[in-house]
Ligand binder design. Structure first.
Ligand code: CP
Length: 292
């Protein structure tokens, strides 16, 4: 990794993904360049295809966080260097890597005996990646969401195909109590994602109110050792601008997770955030170095 160069393209904001990639690179002797839409030509004056052909000649690898999976695929096709997905509207695979590590660190069970219940928008990039990564490693994944927020059919079919090989099981349900029963891990994510219109909040709160992770929902697992996961950032109180606006508009004092659960010993969210870095270190080694 010493002397390797990495371009980090961020068309959307980030705290964890950017910092994890930067520290993972620096700790292993690589160098990074951060590029955003405001301070580069990407997407405005230069196409993704041309950007790929330029950056591919200068860098050993390219991270892309952007609005479109299709743009990532163009970048990958033309860069002639490894391209990592740092989040698109469809997938968030580096998040899934840290989720698997955090689950492994906090369960003594073999993978096929572990059940993870994800509550919220079942079409989200985090839900899609957890679904596919989870069944690939053999876990049982429940996606618990209203039927109007159920994953797209190709994503469901991809996971089912993997299940036939690994023996894992995916359950899609709109019943929160049933969905979390006997789960080892309960996972949620913010109800309105970056890039979605802020005026979605009222609609989403109405749709997802019953899927909020609070003490009562965790009790429905009937598992006293259940652990809580969240990819962050979380709307667990009104201390941020968005949190204050949502709480004022909806009358809730948090959205997808109660502050009580978020701050409880059940919550693994900061271990999970740290694991972004450890797993990205492994990803860089696996894709940028040759192991003899
Ligand atoms: N979980 C995650 O991707 O965080 P950031 O948006 O801060 O990168």
């Amino acid at each position: 990794m010493i002397g390797k160069t990495i371009a980090l393209i961020f068309e959307k904001p980030s705290t964890r993904t950017r910092c994890a990639f930067e520290v993972a690179a620096y700790d292993q002797g690589a160098h990074v360049t951060y590029l955003d839409s405001a301070n580069s030509h990407i997407g405005e004056r230069e196409s993704i295809k041309d950007t790929a052909r330029v950056l591919g000649r200068l860098y050993d690898g390219i991270l892309y966080r952007g609005h479109r999976q299709a743009a990532l695929e163009i970048l990958d096709k033309h860069a002639k260097a490894p391209v990592w997905n740092g989040l698109t509207e469809l997938w968030h695979p580096t998040q899934a890597l840290c989720d698997l590590l955090t689950i492994r660190e906090n369960s003594r069970k073999p993978w096929p005996e572990i059940s993870v219940a994800y509550l919220g928008d079942g079409r989200s990039n985090v839900a899609n990646s957890l679904r596919v990564a989870g069944v690939t490693i053999g876990m049982n994944i429940r996606i618990v969401s209203p039927s109007s927020l159920r994953a797209d059919e190709p994503i469901i079919e991809l996971a089912e195909k993997i299940c036939r090989d690994t023996g894992a099981v995916v359950t899609d349900t709109d019943d929160p109590e049933l969905g979390v029963r006997d789960a080892d891990f309960v996972y949620t994510d913010v109800w309105v994602r970056i890039g979605e219109a802020a005026d979605q909040w009222r609609r989403r709160v109405n749709l997802l109110r019953d899927y909020r992770v609070d003490r009562t929902l965790l009790a429905s697992t009937r598992n006293p050792d259940v652990k809580f996961l969240h990819c962050l950032p979380a709307l667990h109180n009104a201390e941020t601008r968005v949190g204050a606006e949502v709480c004022a508009e909806t009358g809730l004092n948090s959205a997808e997770v109660s502050d009580e659960v978020f701050e409880s010993p059940t919550s693994l969210v900061f271990d999970q955030a740290e694991n972004r870095m450890h797993t990205i270190k492994a990803l860089l080694i696996a894709t940028l170095t040759r192991i003899p």
